[in-house]
Design a protein around this ligand. Structure first.
Ligand SMILES: [Zn+2]
Ligand SMILES: [Zn+2]
Length: 196
């Protein structure tokens, strides 16, 4: 299959790489229909550190389930899904609290060893998703894939930032840089604290 890979020296290229397979029972393989480029991708490529050449990049995606392992309970082949930017077990103490980032089995798509054991990214025709029941959500009715691709990282990051900030109605707030990331913070902010 074709995938966007890190080519070294600040470069990326499209390469042919092996198709991912279901490895563990909780895995799904998703046929990627939309993938986005994140600022994290740009930082990684520009300041590669120990990012291996050939790493398949990308962690923002939506697509169609192409295969599931026998342990996957909430998704089936053919389902349209939005992916989270990283995966976590979903069952440990941290995950049950909703703190998936602290999960000892956390793996971040397409970032090499920066945030856990490497996991191939989603700027590819297919992506393997460990712990698919945790990392994938069905695309809601009426939501197109052009919007769904922003659910798993961009909007989720904005939502989490607003929740941590604990806004109160009427409290002034300001958002610098209203691109897709800034907008994804401003919108939950307005919902959480109307009139601010
Ligand atoms: Zn991102
Ligand atoms: Zn966990």
């Amino acid at each position: 299959m074709k995938a966007v890979v890190f080519a070294g020296d600040g470069q990326v290229r499209v390469a042919s790489v092996p198709e991912p397979q279901v490895v563990d029972p909780g895995d799904a393989v998703v046929r990627v229909r939309r993938a986005a480029v994140c600022g994290t991708d740009l930082h990684l490529v520009a300041h590669a550190g120990d990012l291996p050449v050939g790493t398949v990049l990308g962690h923002e995606f939506a697509g169609e389930v192409a295969a599931v392992g026998p342990g996957v309970r909430t998704h089936a082949v053919g389902d349209l899904v939005a992916g989270a930017d990283f995966t976590a077990c979903g069952t440990c103490w941290w995950c049950r609290r909703g703190d998936h980032w602290e999960c000892a089995q956390r793996r971040f798509f397409g970032t090499g060893p920066a945030f856990g054991p490497p996991l191939a990214g989603a700027q590819a025709e297919l992506v393997r998703v460990p712990f698919a029941d945790t990392a994938l959500r069905p695309v809601p009715d009426g939501v197109g894939l052009d919007a769904a691709v922003f659910l798993g990282d961009t909007l989720a990051t904005g939502y989490a930032a607003v929740r941590r900030a604990g806004p109160r109605p009427g409290t002034p707030s300001r958002c610098w840089a209203a691109g897709r990331s800034g907008s994804s913070r401003a919108s939950p902010r307005r919902r959480a604290a109307p009139g601010s």
